[in-house]
Write a protein that binds this ligand. Structure first.
Ligand SMILES: [Zn+2]
Length: 232
């Protein structure tokens, strides 16, 4: 999953009762933490795109996306959050850990089997919903749409521009999803997919990191103009 991961990022158990425990930009980084590690490993040449025995495109992701390491990354990120934001307490730890682990759960739905139980395990998980590119697109964008709709409801725009910005940002995300996931998915279906198209190796990792941190920065700016409706 790509853009769909951002749906759960709006989840914050304190929202509605005061200032957010986990801000949206922090949530944006948490839900993609597993893929941020992936991008770093891609730059190092340890992980990357691959193909399975039947020639279908999958990912070579033994470290970043195994069930075991995803759980470890969730605990690590939760602990890191507590160090940098002690006021968030145990609740902050659990919210971040759950957001980080949500990545694996959502990847499980769309990936073709390539998510290992533990690094090196031959047991690979993935329900392969990406084999239905249009439906998968609707699922991913639907998750983010629902998240943004909720976020719009629990925050107030200080200025109308922060309403426009939210939905323009959504449109940009929808376009990115078309380019990065839908078009390659339709090509796989048509048998015309070219693994060598687009950035490869370190360039792929750097591009991915630029997108993730760029999106977190944009949402941080929008967030500044959208305080919680319930905060004092
Ligand atoms: Zn992933």
């Amino acid at each position: 999953m790509f853009i769909g991961h951002y749906g759960p990022a709006v989840w914050d158990t304190q929202r509605g009762h005061g200032t957010p425990l986990v801000t949206l930009w922090q949530g944006f980084l948490a839900v993609q933490f597993v893929d941020i590690i992936w991008a770093v490993l891609v730059i190092m040449g340890i992980e990357g795109p691959g193909t399975n025995a039947t020639g279908m495109p999958i990912f070579n992701i033994p470290w970043s996306h195994s069930l075991l390491t995803s759980l470890i990354l969730a605990v690590f990120a939760g602990a890191l959050f507590r160090v940098f934001k002690p006021s968030a307490g145990a609740r902050g730890f659990w919210v971040i850990a759950a957001l980080v682990f949500s990545h694996w759960v959502l990847d499980l739905i769309v990936h073709r089997p390539d998510l290992p139980l533990y690094p090196g395990s031959k047991m690979l998980f993935g329900f392969g919903f990406w084999n239905y590119p249009i439906l998968a697109y609707i699922l991913e964008m639907g998750l983010v749409f629902a998240g943004f709709l909720f976020w719009q409801k629990v925050t107030t725009a200080k200025h109308p521009k922060y309403d426009y910005a939210l939905w323009i940002f959504f449109a940009v995300m929808a376009a990115l999803q078309v380019y990065v996931i839908l078009i390659p998915g339709l090509a796989v279906q048509a048998g015309t997919f070219d693994q060598q198209a687009g950035p490869q190796g370190a360039a792929l990792g750097v591009t991915t990191l630029t997108i993730f941190f760029g999106m977190a920065a944009i949402v941080a700016w929008i967030e500044k103009g959208r305080p919680s409706k319930f905060s004092a």
